[in-house]
Design a protein around this ligand. Structure first.
Ligand code: 5GP
Ligand code: MG
Length: 181
């Protein structure tokens, strides 16, 4: 399917599942060499990350603890600019080698907020991994250690990412189709 309908919008095929999986494997190699002996606490930022996290974490055959938090900063296709914490972290972060896993870094505000929050709990180290990064949309100076794919400033769905809660189930990634005319 090269064009899909998600609620009131059309999206066109942008990145295939195979391309994404291959890039995840490459990035996972670097993560394995950095983390295999660090007993990391991997914090997955729900909801959008669920498919990426499942693919990435299954590349790790070393001891690691996996935790989930849920944040929301988006409404429709525009950043609301407001970060709402929905479900907080119960695991103890102090002294741990923490890895935050995100679906997409857009303005960078969400990851910046999370980074500050986790650092205030005194981890031994903190690394950040994201499936997608939009370099042109970044508004804050935040280091992301592992980026699977850099993409232009387009709104995307699929592979876990949603439009108003829909479209997460599509295997490939689609970008919003501008209305012609
Ligand atoms: P940021 O705080 O970096 O601006 O936004 C991060 C969050 O906004 C992501 O975790 C994701 O939930 C949402 N987001 C940003 N860009 C997109 C996009 O292109 N598609 C979708 N579905 N969500 C996005
Ligand atoms: Mg997210």
């Amino acid at each position: 399917m090269s064009v899909i309908q998600v609620q009131n919008k059309q999206f066109e095929l942008f990145i295939s599942e195979d391309e994404i999986r291959n890039s995840i494997k490459e990035v996972s190699q670097r993560m394995i060499s950095d983390l295999h002996d660090k007993n990391p606490l991997i914090i997955c930022v729900l909801n959008g990350v669920f498919i990426f996290a499942a693919d990435l974490i299954r590349c790790f055959e070393f001891p690691c603890e996996v935790a989930f938090i849920r944040l929301k900063s988006y409404s429709g296709t525009n950043s609301s600019g407001k970060i709402i914490e929905i479900n907080g972290l119960v695991e103890d972060v102090k002294g741990r080698n923490v890895v935050i896993i995100e679906d997409i870094v857009d303005t960078g505000n969400t990851i910046q907020y999370l980074k500050q929050n986790i650092l205030s709990q005194q981890p031994e180290s903190l690394r950040i991994a994201t499936l997608f990064l939009k370099p042109e949309a970044l508004q804050v100076d935040v280091d992301v250690d592992y980026v699977v794919m850099k993409i232009p400033n387009e709104f995307i769905v699929g592979y876990g990412l949603d439009y108003n809660g829909y479209g997460r189930n599509f295997r490939n990634v689609y970008k919003i189709k501008e209305i012609e005319g």
